[in-house]
Ligand binder design. Structure first.
Ligand code: SF4
Length: 234
């Protein structure tokens, strides 16, 4: 499908999410989520936009929050991890950076800094929206534009599921969407500073996340649990 068709389909899905709402966009400060934020703001859709400030975000990502709010005049709600849980993690494991030591320790950090705040952000919502795309990772190859998030008992919209990276860049350029400065330094994935790096020649894009772990379906942070495609039995 040409980009114009994808844009129209995405706008229609966002409108559907708004009507299924209350709905919220989880903005990770990636290019994909900035594209969706632009579409929501320009259409005046009643969709909450929030971001998870894990306490480990790079300054380039934090700067983008103000840039988006100033440019589009919409508020981005910020959710932070529970301070006691963060302190207990560091105390019990000897370091706030114990996530390098094992998959269990990494997922425990993501649970505190991402998953729990996400639960608070989505409380009372009937639908949430992500900027995930199929080509980002093998674990996302089966991504559907509309799914049932059975674990959270709500609808989940992935309106950019079939977008390519070139589509995202083309839309951002055409609409003067502010981009995270990390992209200009070779980053293809936006996440916590200690767990994301610039891509090296020949690497799969997902290799830039948690690079010390083996590649595979485990390279997720727990925000995106296995969903059920719309139309399948829940
Ligand atoms: S991505 Fe890294 S720093 Fe961020 S929450 Fe997960 S383990 Fe912690």
């Amino acid at each position: 499908m040409a980009l114009d068709g994808k844009i129209a389909a995405t706008r229609a899905l966002l409108a559907q999410a708004a009507s299924d709402g209350p709905a919220a966009l989880a903005n990770s400060l990636s290019a994909e989520d900035m594209v969706l934020t632009h579409m929501i703001a320009s259409a005046g859709l009643p969709i909450t936009v929030f971001t998870l400030d894990t306490g480990m975000l790079p300054p380039e990502s934090l700067e983008l929050i103000d840039a988006a709010q100033d440019r589009w005049g919409l508020a981005i709600d910020i959710y932070r991890p529970d301070a006691d849980a963060v302190a207990a993690y560091a105390a019990n494991r000897g370091s706030a950076y114990a996530f390098y030591e094992s998959l269990e320790a990494r997922k425990a950090c993501c649970a505190i800094r991402k998953v729990e705040p996400l639960g608070r952000a989505l409380a009372g919502k009937k639908a949430w929206i992500t900027g995930m795309r199929r080509e980002q990772a093998e674990s996302r190859a089966g991504l559907e534009p509309v799914e049932v998030d059975a674990a959270r008992r709500m609808m989940k919209y992935n309106p950019l599921a079939d977008w390519t990276w070139d589509d995202v860049v083309a839309y951002a350029a055409a609409h003067d969407v502010p981009m995270n400065a990390l992209y200009a330094r070779g980053y293809v994935s936006i996440g916590c500073g200690p767990c994301t790096r610039a891509l090296r020649p020949g690497e799969h894009p997902r290799s830039a996340r948690w690079w010390w772990e083996q590649d595979g379906a485990g390279k997720e942070c727990g925000l995106h649990v296995t969903p059920i495609s719309e139309g399948a039995s829940a």
